[in-house]
Design a protein around this ligand. Structure first.
Ligand SMILES: [Fe+2]
Ligand SMILES: [Fe+2]
Length: 173
């Protein structure tokens, strides 16, 4: 079976967003770690590993259906942040962009009668909802905990707890 050229190009364009997410979460994890937020660093390293699985799912799919996956070229991501709250807000904005791209891919696959790609994308529709809910809840909780200096400890613990509930490397597989 050959993938329609339009779909192949759109999936290749989407690879850039998944790779961008790997980079962004890695950069955030590094900022957290170097600033002593170890729980948050663990959380973001896991996010980055999860995005790598997403990237490979798209990458392998393109080749499996007769297309040619390309490795995207990327810019250096943002390297420093004002607060953990900002990392969550930026992460949510990034996930929103990915969701929009996936919705567009679903629309395109319907237009092209590419049922295989539409079925492939179902996992990502569900995954994006989960990711957006996760960051929305986190932002709400951080705002509830407050921005005082003692709060930082509790915010970091909250992210550490979340990292612990994620299955190592397998979520999103
Ligand atoms: Fe992703
Ligand atoms: Fe994501």
């Amino acid at each position: 079976m050959l993938i329609p050229k339009k779909i192949e190009n759109a999936l290749n364009a989407h690879l850039e967003l998944e790779m961008g997410a790997i980079y962004n979460y890695l950069a955030v994890a590094s900022w957290c770690e170097s600033n002593g937020y170890e729980g948050s660093a663990a959380f973001y390293y896991k996010q980055s590993a999860e995005e790598q699985l997403h990237f490979m799912k798209f990458f392998n799919y393109i080749n499996q259906v007769g297309g040619h996956a390309h490795v995207p070229e990327l810019k250096q991501p943002q390297t420093s942040y004002k607060s953990i709250l900002e990392t969550c807000q930026k992460s949510l904005a990034g996930e929103n962009k990915v969701t929009q791209s996936i919705y567009k891919l679903v629309e395109l696959s319907r237009k092209e009668n590419d049922h295989a790609t539409e079925a492939f994308l179902k996992f990502f529709v569900d995954e994006q909802l989960e990711e957006e809910m996760q960051f929305t809840r986190l932002i709400d909780r951080i705002k509830l905990i407050g921005g005082g200096p003692q709060s930082l400890y509790y915010v970091d613990k909250e992210l550490e707890r979340l990292a612990g509930t994620k299955t190592e490397g397998t979520e999103g597989a």
